[in-house]
Each structure stands twice: as structure tokens, then as C-alpha cells.
Design a binder for this molecule. Sequence first.
Ligand code: NAD
Length: 478
Amino acid sequence: MDLKNYIGGNFSNQSGNEWITNLEPATGKTICRIPISNSEDVQRAIKSAKDAQKDWGNLSHAERSIWLDKIADKLEEWSEEIAELESRDTGKPISLSRSVDAARSISNFRFFAKIIRELDVETFEMPDAMNYVIHKPVGVGALITPWNLPLYLLSWKVAPAIGMGNTVVCKPSELTPMTADLLMRAINEIGLPEGVVNLVHGNGIETGAPLVESDDIDFVSFTGGTVTGSKVAASAAPDFKKLSLELGGKNSTIVFSDCDLDMTVSGVVRSGFLNQGQVCLCGSRIFVEEGIYDIFKQKLVEEVESMKIGDPLDENTNLGALISKEHLEKVQYYSDLAIKEGGVLLTGGDPCMPTEFLQGNWMAPVVVEGLSHDSRCSTEEIFGPLVTLHKFTNEDKLLKMVNNTRYGLAGSIWTEDLVKGRRIAELIHTGMIWVNTWLHRDLRVPFGGVKDSGVGREGGKWSLNFFSEVMNVCIKDK
Ligand code: NAD
């Protein structure tokens, strides 16, 4: 099966004849081929978006919200297909792709339909004048997404971007194109005006880079790695393109001795290993207060070892495959490095898989102890099923260790003392923090990181502000 680009309301072939073979992470078998679009294809997609922008931007918020709801309806109808495609394409367990990927992709469209429909014109009265604030479309946007939550993250950008009157060109990850293609089929089937949403497949260099560089792109919303984000920022800067960067993370989990132990162990295992540890928010450096370190470690290892690794399409699977051979090698490199850096592997290694999965990218989850908090394994983003355990004795030392990374995306704190939980939370240099929970999402709240984890915030009104130009009109009384 060969996928096609979606430009101006049509599925079309790329201009050259270059392809990428998309492999199933669990089995190594081919799922499909995707075109490598070149700058000519990218320009065609941008032109189509540009041609459509004026009419689309002239619709009211309420009219565009109806379209967002129609997309959500279609995705809901196809939710089982979303879950299956996502599970095959990423290697993640089907239970996760149903409850998280499919469900969130639908709710992203519903959520933005609602808040855009309800968006009020803000007014500010002065003694002799009145101000009112409107949201205008920015223009044509480039939406670039990674492989770990393919449709979840693409829909998180497409919904607010088009809802605010922009038109877009999407560039999904070349490793996970299947549900981006499904979204285009949904958009095509409901008859969204042509050119509002376009999609080009391909890799970063030949497809992503010319998209960001184009003079006709007005804004870029990028989610991906920090190194790529820095290239995207450099390329967008000369034209002052509006830019949102959601980048990598190396998140701390803090376990105080007064936590609810069983709940905390489950929460920490979930935060360390969900999606095989391939979530930017995963807590992979775990700081445990000295008094409960030994019992916590024992329970943690037991729970990690009880997770079922296996066929992503099996309902009972807890951990699936890693996204690619290259990524598996990267995580294995860090597992070896942990030992070289003086750590001890408490559990983890190569799982024994049935024959049909031997060509897949499998790794049993790894727990390491004995590393310094500033070791490479504890400070660099691994983005896989590997966590490091560290002991702490007091809050001052804890905060120094926790804040000692170049990343600042998220984290979690586990304690029964909520006053302490809030105090520590506010002293951590991240964009987001959870207390006694993790990845507990309210779509209205700001999402994003500080330091090398990104620039700007998305979510709720922060998305609406990013995907629009806010304009103040001041009218003076006579
Ligand atoms: P990546 O940076 O390799 O690729 C992301 C996207 O950028 C892909 O579509 C890729 O083709 C494209 N790309 C690559 N080079 C480009 C260039 N020069 N110009 C334009 N586009 C280019 O990231 P990845 O490996 O796909 O994803 C994993 C990373 O994403 C991790 O670092 C993870 O933490 C991060 N991530 C962050 C968030 C967040 O919200 N902060 C969410 C998910 C993933």
C-alpha cells in the first residue's frame, strides 16, 4: 500500500519517485510506503492553503466550529480503525491507543469546537474610550509532529489552527503516517472546503525543512526533539514567523516517605513506562526519600516485572515494541552506558519473544540504581523504557538535583502532605507539574516547557492565542 499526499482536496502522488518504507515496530514487516515530498510538492501544498485562507478566514467562529464537530463525528465513527492503525504503526498496546490516542484525537476536535464557539470579544472600558479585542487568523501554518502520539498531537494542532481561521500544511512523522492519512480521509469524506487542510509526507530534510523555510508560511507549530526544534527555530527566525516549540523532556519524579506507597508505586511505574517510556512527559529520573528507598525499590521492581510485554494488538498487553531499530539501539546504548557510569540494572534486558516478533524492536523495561544524579543516563533524554532511581535526604539537595537538567517540561511529586507538595512544585523549573498523579490532563490548562523543552504554550486559550493574531481596537468618545 502506498500513501499519497493530500493537497487542495485531492490525494495526489509526489512529483518525484522517492519513497520511505514504513515498518511495523512489533514485527519488522512493511505496513506501507510513504512518498518523500520535495520542495515542489511542499510549495503546491502551501499554495493550496494560501488560496483557501481568505474564504475560510471569513467564516465565523461558530461556522468553523461546526466543521470541527463534523471531523470529530467522523473520527468517532472510525475510532476502532484509529486505535488499530496507531497500535500497528507505533507498536503501542491497543488498550492504550483506544483509551488515549483515539479518544483524545476525537476530544481535541470537540474541545476546540466548543471553546472557539464560545470565544467572546473582550472589552476594556476607559473613562473616554472603549477597547475591544478580536482574534484574526495568522494565515498559513506548518504543523509538524513526531511519532509517539501521532494523531493525538496532530489533531491538537489542526483543530485550533483551522478553528481560528488559518489554513495549514501538515507534515507528520515519516515513522507513523497511518492515522495522519486517516485524518485526511475523514476531512475529505465530510467535504471540508478544499485547501483548508493539506498534508505532505516525507522526511525532515527534504519535506519538513522547505516547509518551515517557505516565505508563504506565517506560523510554525512544531512538536519533536530539541535538536530538530533548534533547527526549526533558526529557519523560522529571519521572517519572524510565529513559532511554538514543544520539545524534549527529562522529567523528575519525587517520592516522599509520607506518600501512599501502593498508589505511588503504580503511578510511578505508569509515568516511567507508559507507551514504552516514549512520552515526552514520562518521569524517568526517580528521586526517593531515604526512609522508604528500599521498600519502594522492591515494590517498583516487582510491578515493573509484572507488566506483560507482547503483541500490541492483544488486549492484555501492557508494553509493546519500540518505534524503530535505531531507537531500540539508542535505548540499549544508554542501558550499557548506565553500567559504565557505575549503575546497577535491577531489572531489564532483552525479552524473549515468540518467533513472529523476532524482527521487532523489543526491550524489557530497565530500572537502574546507583547512578549520580548528574550522570548522562540521568540527565539526557532517552525516551524509552529506562528509569534511574536516586536517593534523597533533604529538600535543598533534592531541588538542586531535580533542577539540574537542561530540560524543563514536567514532573510529578508524591506525598500526603499537600502543603509540602505545593511548595516543592512551585520551586521546580518546569512548565508543568503533577502532585499525586501524572498525565492528568485538563485541555483548558497551559501545556509546554521551559529551558530546552520548548518555547510557548499550547492548550485552551493559549492555543487560541497562538493560532491567531490578537488585535486591539480603541474607540474614543467624541
Ligand atoms: P524529531 O525531532 O526527530 O521529528 C519530529 C518531526 O520533525 C518529524 O515529523 C520530522 O520529520 C520533522 N523534522 C525533522 N527534521 C526537520 C527539519 N530540519 N525541519 C522540519 N521538520 C523536521 O522527533 P521525533 O523523534 O519524531 O519525536 C521524539 C521527540 O519529540 C522527543 O524528543 C520527545 O520528547 C518530543 N516530543 C515532545 C512533546 C512535547 O509536547 N513537548 C510531545 C511529543 C514528543
